[in-house]
Design a protein around this ligand. Sequence first.
Ligand code: MRU
Length: 376
Amino acid sequence: MNIPGENFRTIWPHPEDPRVVRIIDQRQLPHRYVVCDLATHQDGARAIRDMMVRGAPLIGATAAWSLYLAALEAERTAKSRQARLDFILEAAETLNATRPTAVNLRWAIERMLDVIRGTDDADSLTERLRREAAAICDEDVAISRAIGEHGVELIAAIAERNGGNPVNILTHCNAGSLATINWGTATAPIYIAHERGIPIHVWVDETRPRNQGSQLTAWELARSGIAHTVIVDNAGGHLMQHGQVDLCITGTDRTTRSGDVANKIGTYLKALAARDSDVPFYVALPSTTIDWTISDGVREIPIEERGGEEVSHITGLDGEVVRTVRAIAEDSPVANFAFDVTPARLVTGLITERGICAASEEGIAGLFPERAGAVA
Ligand code: MRU
């Protein structure tokens, strides 16, 4: 399998059955590659909640396809146009409640609901929703690729200074192909650098508790033939102090209009370490991740808290069998904050599909004047 190759997708309509959408069950990686079918919007909601799919853009795309599935369900069960619409609206609420931090979820659901608002013809509604979900995915691929084309310039500039030595890039969590439809956000510049023959090496934070770095990012990079090393989450500061990191690039689940970024727990600590060691810290994002309604990320971005078993237990391969074992004594309470917010002042720049800008209200508005103006 070629990742991010032209044919790779993380979600796609079943080629023979239009009532089914397919996903990769990311909980099983890197040990097993399992494709699952979604046949109802509840399947889609479960896939997001249980993190079979994850990563801000993919969460949004899965919600979009789930609303198409809801429209099919409504065709089968509801008699009147109003009953069908009510069913889809209820499905939208269910999907909206699955995960709180990534704003792409709300964005994709709103975009699908706009399709409903824009048509009176109940018969063509399902087909319109199918086309919109497909368009969201196609656009996401193009956006990720554009992020890569802009971000690769940063890597190329460092490579020139490095005189042929590999550019060392540190990333956190998985903002890779698996978090989007293809290419990823933080990984897109890395993949394009590799395509262009720029020597690179990636430090992959393991990203406890769910290990999206060691389980997903490392898996992707290995499949692409990109040199990488998995490190424990606490190693990044040490590497930066010793000149072993040229550049940090992470993704984000929600970016405020002033450039604060919410991303996987631990991102903030990396940004602090990067600042102390003068390592550039960039965040790659599609504009669908910008929440234009808020400015103060620390106060205004809802931070998901997940079940304690993700902290108290660890899953791995034992011979041929995947096992989950308790890693923390039963009488110790645990807490599981899934995201943190890195204030804009610690972010060197934002890599978007329209170019690179300062992590500031002016910087973002300069690239997206039509959106910034709409909410001012
Ligand atoms: O909890 P997850 O795995 O959904 O968290 C994912 C991240 O934190 C990613 O960095 C973020 O969604 C950006 S994806 C391009």
